[in-house]
Design a protein around this ligand. Sequence first.
Ligand SMILES: [Zn+2]
Length: 159
Amino acid sequence: MSLSIMRRIKFCAGHRLHRHGGKCEFFHGHNYVADFYVTGESVDSVGRVIDFADLKARFKGWIDEHWDHGFLLFEEDENGISAIKMVEPSKYYLLPYNPTAESMARYLLDVVAPKLLSDTEVTATKVVIWETEDSFAEASIEVSADGTSAALAADAVTT
Ligand SMILES: [Zn+2]
């Protein structure tokens, strides 16, 4: 049986969507909510797949260091990068794709979570990024019955 838990991490960040052509191309920011879902096949002697406090320390630690109160930019957005570098001090993070909510969820699930959980018994199976109260994007992996193969999927849901 798989057991899953979720830890919510809130943070503030700026971004812009490179070549969006509309208002999302302007520098702006959001109060983001990131929901990290992790799944395990067994529990410890206390009955947990992993301690919530441990999950918080790992995910909030990474978010605080890299994204919170920082600026997210597409690595090909040369104009945006040169602009943000003019600010002293500046905190920014370059992504290999446009910093949409979908891309952020995908990056956290695909790149960040495996590193942060490498010494645990749990696997991150879903990350949801809430960009506003009404809009979120979700990245998830399909875990097969033996818990191995995984396929990444990203879906956007706007309500
Ligand atoms: Zn935005």
